[in-house]
Design a protein around this ligand. Structure first.
Ligand code: F6P
Length: 322
């Protein structure tokens, strides 16, 4: 049976492009003849009834902004069987029979539990980390990459002026995609990711010395957050190479800013597909981008898929950085 009244929420860490997804969900739902509610602050809002009905104008002028107009939160209370039941009851009391959840893996586990409790949920991948196995792309990733690249370009200017080494930490707790891609795009001498172990001497010091012997005087090392110890690593590089070194942790600057065109378009397509699935009476699905196609998977299957890291690109990156 097709779903008649749905809600949309954003959950977990925010990501640029989430607003385009919310807009797409609201406008698609209205165009399918559904009623649609916006839930504030993720599953917390669902538990506490922080929910308001949306119309065509509720989502005007949000697409170009970073962050999420629905706000977001991580909700320990929802992560209990009682919390899930309470949220399901809140949905029933408002007549909501489907929910679009925009977030990461943790948010999808909540969407699966809520579906089990009788409210059909569809997950839309939104996180800058690009760490969701079932999809080639997560909303926010492109904006974060471009922000990180621009910041590292700026760091390179001063690094070059001072003949220094800059060690730049980018986000990605379990996933090195931001590091790998920004490392290539900024010509890093070394890129460290959680998926691949490294040897300090051969992968950093020897590479820097070999490049120095060809006349290179300044260096960028990109480190994914999940590798950790960025300050210590920087001090060790200075000690072992004699090259003055500085650490920069880019942090949450990568999560903000106006979303790129790619993020807005992918988010719009994913949001539309999520509503289409609910209209077809489906639940417990996650929307994904495979190549250039929007597809969908069972949430449980999606959560069990192994994530792959592009080792070939990692090898290419090492060959080019000299
Ligand atoms: O999942 C996105 C992300 O930005 C990660 O890269 C980072 O590890 C984490 O969120 C930071 O979370 P918080 O904003 O809660 O500190």
């Amino acid at each position: 049976m097709s779903t008649k009244c749905i809600a949309v929420l954003t959950s977990g860490g925010d990501a640029p492009g989430m607003n385009a997804a919310v807009r797409a969900v609201v406008r698609s739902a209205l165009s399918f003849g559904m009623r649609v509610y916006g839930v504030k602050r993720g599953y917390n809002g669902l538990l506490h009834g922080d929910i308001e009905e949306m119309n065509m104008r509720s989502v005007s002028d949000i697409m170009q902004h970073g962050g999420t107009a629905l706000f977001t939160a991580r909700s320990p209370e929802f992560n209990t069987p009682e919390g899930v039941q309470k949220a399901a009851e809140m949905c029933r009391s408002k007549g909501i029979d489907g929910v679009v959840v925009i977030g990461g893996d943790g948010s999808f586990r909540g969407a699966r539990d809520l579906t089990d409790a009788g409210v059909k949920c569809i997950g839309v991948p939104g996180t800058i980390d690009n760490d969701i196995a079932c999809t080639d792309y997560t909303i926010g990733y492109d904006t974060a990459l471009n922000t990180a690249m621009e910041m590292i370009d700026r760091i390179r200017d001063t690094t070059e002026s001072h003949d220094r080494c800059s060690v730049v930490e980018v986000m990605g707790r379990r996933c090195g995609d931001i590091a790998l891609h920004t490392g290539i795009a900024t010509g890093a001498i070394a890129t460290l990711v959680p998926e691949v172990s490294y040897d300090f001497q051969t992968d950093i010091v020897d590479r820097m010395k070999a490049a120095q012997a060809t006349g290179k005087k300044h260096f960028i090392v990109v480190v994914a957050e999940g590798v950790g110890h960025t300050q210590e690593l920087t001090e060790r590089i200075q000690k072992e190479t004699g090259i003055e070194s500085r650490a920069t942790i880019l942090g949450h600057v990568q999560r903000g800013g106006s979303p790129t065109l790619r993020d807005r378009v992918v988010a719009s397509r994913m949001g539309y597909r999520a509503v289409q699935l609910l209209d077809e009476g489906k639940g417990n699905r996650v929307v994904a981008l495979k190549g250039e196609n929007i597809v969908d998977f069972d949430i449980t299957e999606a959560l069990n898929m192994p994530r792959t890291f592009d080792e070939e690109l990692y090898r290419i990156s090492a060959r080019l950085s000299i």
